[in-house]
Ligand binder design. Sequence first.
Ligand SMILES: [Zn+2]
Length: 165
Amino acid sequence: MDTFSKTERSDIMRKVRSKDTSPERKVRSLLHRLGFRFRLHRKDLPGNPDIVLPKHNAVIFVHGCFWHRHPGCSRATTPATRREYWLPKFDRTVRRDAENQAALRRLGWKVVVVWECELRDVEDMEIRLSQAILSEELWYENGDGEPFPMAAEGQSPYGPPDKAE
Ligand SMILES: [Zn+2]
């Protein structure tokens, strides 16, 4: 039985869809506009990266600031109650992210982390994403709230995998 009117239904559908206009979707359409070809959710890679650009050896994680604890971000709040539940959960997520990113870099992938809040400035994100993807360096989120260390501001302390060994 259909309990919703047509208008109600399309409202609901719109809401469902707008849920999928998630940060990840934004990044996808941005990459599309820039002309990059990519694949989604490669299950065979550590951490199952959201977006994979095989041609450029780059993977992109689109991280929610709250769950993945964007350093210094106002969205990375800690709930006031049940801290004994949240804190270990956050710890595990952050540690897992770091392990996955390290494993990917060891495999020679450029790891790019896009934080949800950074997508407010789409133009800026376009520039930084294309630079990160096309870079010869292994770009990555460095944990100090500087998502993409720019080459001009100093090289990644880890460097490409062959130099890091
Ligand atoms: Zn953030």
